[in-house]
Design a protein around this ligand. Structure first.
Ligand SMILES: Nc1ncnc2c1ncn2[C@@H]1O[C@H](COP(=O)(O)OP(=O)(O)OP(=O)(O)O)[C@@H](O)[C@H]1O
Ligand SMILES: [Mg+2]
Length: 235
């Protein structure tokens, strides 16, 4: 079943025409990745889905319902969680308090929530549950940002460049965790710049450049297209 259908989105920042007719779909249970260079429009696509940026043209449908034009709070309430590029971990709150905030935002905190099922993905965070955000490493902050999205029990999670700035071992670790989250039933729309991470995790990929989708297909199909990889991803 198609969970998310984005059709012909045109989004502007002022007069700058950033998204020039972006169409993507995400099926239930899939990991779909948007990949492309800096400035391609990946984050703008996620912002347009969340209702943070307002598309001038096009349509966003979630679970068959037209949600175009709804604000971020409404979109979140319908079951989409957004883990933004900037991890936005609150430095003076503990790991547990940061998680509570994520649950509260989605109306899911009953005060007694232990988040055990979410923390099962992140043993390192569980160890540091009482630690303040500012004492976490970059990798731990990224894990907390993802965990905070998960406590909202989303049907779809948008994750923007989770591996950016992380050391190779952590990238590998996080890739494993995202794969596990997917296998346990959360659908993921991922933004990535690391081709290998995208290839490992995705069922399908969209290559984006200059506000347009330039290629869509499976990782195997993209492997057979060195010219596309070279032209749009510079690899
Ligand atoms: N708030 C803004 N106001 C004006 N222009 C913006 C704004 N945010 C982004 N842009 C421009 O829109 C284009 C797309 O940006 P976007 O952030 O969507 O790219 P991206 O693919 O996420 O890049 P990155 O990989 O660097 O995160 C870029 O040219 C960028 O300079
Ligand atoms: Mg971005």
């Amino acid at each position: 079943m198609t969970l998310l259908a984005v059709e012909d989105l045109h989004t502007y920042y002022g007069e700058a025409h950033i998204l020039q007719g972006v169409s993507i779909t995400v099926g239930e249970g899939e990991v779909v990745t948007l990949i492309g260079r800096n400035g391609a429009g990946k984050t703008t696509t996620l912002r347009s889905i969340m209702g943070v940026a307002r598309p001038r043209r096009g349509r966003v449908a979630f679970r068959g319902e037209d949600v175009t034009g709804l604000g971020p709070h409404e979109i979140a309430r319908r079951g989409i969680a957004w883990v933004p590029e900037e991890r936005r971990v609150l430095p003076n709150l503990t790991v547990l308090e940061n998680l509570r905030l994520g649950a509260l935002g989605a109306g899911r905190d009953n005060g007694a929530a232990s988040f055990d099922d979410v923390l099962a993905f992140f043993p390192r965070l569980r160890e540091r549950i009482a630690q303040k955000g500012r004492f976490l490493s970059g990798g731990e902050q990224q894990m907390l940002a993802i965990a905070r999205g998960l406590v909202a029990r989303p049907r779809l999670m948008l994750v923007d460049e989770p591996t950016e700035g992380l050391a190779p071992l952590l990238v590998e670790n996080l890739t494993g965790i995202l794969g596990e989250i997917s296998r346990r039933g959360t659908t993921i729309l991922l933004v990535e710049q690391t081709l290998e991470v995208a290839m490992t995790l995705s069922h399908r990929l969209y290559v984006m450049d200059q506000g347009r989708i330039q290629f869509e297909g499976t990782p195997e199909a993209l492997r057979r297209e060195p010219a596309i990889q070279q032209r749009f991803l510079g690899v």
